[in-house]
Design a protein around this ligand. Structure first.
Ligand code: ADP
Length: 357
């Protein structure tokens, strides 16, 4: 018969990957109950929202099930108190430590030639479509000076969580992890007036100090334009590809040249082009109106040599849902098919993203 002491001893062999100490030493093993060949262990995690939860539970199960005389092992989870958690916080947390614990396959940046063309919206709709397809998705709002992502997802604001060494993204209703400077400001209306290097550092923290866990896609909403700010962000992250968003109003030639130059400089492939606010389909007459003038999408895409992923209509439903934190409820067909096309070119077989040295 196995004893409680043997179970505890086995759990001494299980490390918390973040705190790099064993579960017993960290005070996580709260209770061990034995019924014949069945073991029930209660573990107290620093936070139940920890993306490493499954890994810790899996390792604990494996260690205990390996003991002679154990047939079943059940893990119950609880959360540490604030004080207990505080005691585990390293005196000087190593910055960037979370990056080693993250497992992010594709980092896709959404970029535009200028503000207001719907870059944030496209980022959000892409994240939603990937999530709907069952992918594990994160959304990083790197538009530091004009962050608009949280408002689309959290009608009453949101608080990012924390572990002893890292920040946790706020979770949307459908399970998209969202991180934005806006979630860290006291008021969503507070202005952020930062210069390039500071912005770059903030983004590096969103990469290195946020425990995203395992993600299939991290969608990055870049600052508008091809200025220093977006260059800094692009250099701070290991991008797998870039999606360009334009509107019929955009000076197509300029956007193409600059974006292509920038992506080329950073050796990041452009996955495709999306023209937003391309037309308005009148619900009464079914007539298509090119509100912002004729489309340049096809010629623009050809000029850069990338696929045109689609043209998106102006849809009043979008404004309503994105202003009330319900963007996940939007299912406009044109948008879904564009996102699906993008998901298809978003390199399912590419190697995992690795931060450049
Ligand atoms: P950007 O990130 O390029 O600055 P946003 O995504 O914030 O632009 O979009 C600007 C505004 O336009 C937002 O209020 C958004 O809801 C609205 N918008 C964007 N695309 C559409 C669209 N296709 N139909 C209706 N409203 C849109």
């Amino acid at each position: 018969m196995v004893t409680r002491e043997q179970v505890r001893e086995a759990l001494r062999g299980v490390m918390d990957p973040e705190l790099k100490r064993n579960l017993v030493e960290l005070g996580m093993v709260r209770q061990v109950d034995l019924t014949g060949r069945q073991v029930q262990v209660t573990l107290a995690l620093t936070t139940l929202a920890c993306p490493l939860k499954d890994r810790i539970v899996g390792d604990a199960r494996q260690a205990v099930l390996a003991l002679d005389g154990v047939e079943q092992m059940e893990v119950r989870l609880t959360e540490m108190s604030v004080e207990e958690k505080e005691r585990l916080r390293p005196k000087e947390p190593a910055s960037g430590a979370a990056a080693d614990l993250n497992d992010i396959r594709h980092v896709i940046a959404v970029m535009s030639g200028k503000g207001g063309v719907g870059k944030s919206l496209v980022s959000a709709l892409l994240a939603n479509a990937l999530r709907r397809a069952g992918k594990r998705v994160g959304l990083l709002d790197a538009d530091i000076t004009g962050p608009s992502i949280p408002k689309m997802y959290f009608p009453h604001g949101a608080q990012p969580g924390a572990t002893p060494t890292a920040m946790l993204p706020a979770m949307s209703r459908t399970g998209i992890g969202v991180m934005s400077i806006n979630l860290l400001l006291e008021s969503q209306d507070q202005a952020v007036v930062w210069r390039g290097p500071l912005i770059g550092r903030a983004i590096q923290q969103f990469w290195g100090d946020v425990l995203w866990g395992s993600l299939d896609y991290l969608i990055v909403d870049l600052p508008p334009g091809t200025s220093d700010a977006s260059l800094t962000v692009m250099q701070s992250l290991p991008l797998s590809g870039v999606v360009l968003v334009t509107s019929p109003q955009d000076l197509a030639g300029m956007v193409v040249r600059k974006a292509a130059q920038m992506a080329g400089l950073l050796r990041v492939p452009i996955l495709g082009l999306i023209e937003n606010m391309s037309y308005y389909l009148c619900p009464d007459t079914g007539k298509l109106h090119e509100v912002f003038g004729p489309s340049h999408a096809q010629e623009t895409a050809e000029a850069i040599g990338v696929p045109l992923l689609g043209k998106l209509p102006i849809d009043p439903e979008i404004a309503k849902l994105s202003d009330t934190g319900r963007i996940e409820e939007f299912g406009g067909e044109a948008f879904t098919s564009v996102a699906e096309r993008l998901a298809a070119v978003a390199l399912p077989g590419r190697p995992p993203a690795v931060m450049p040295a």
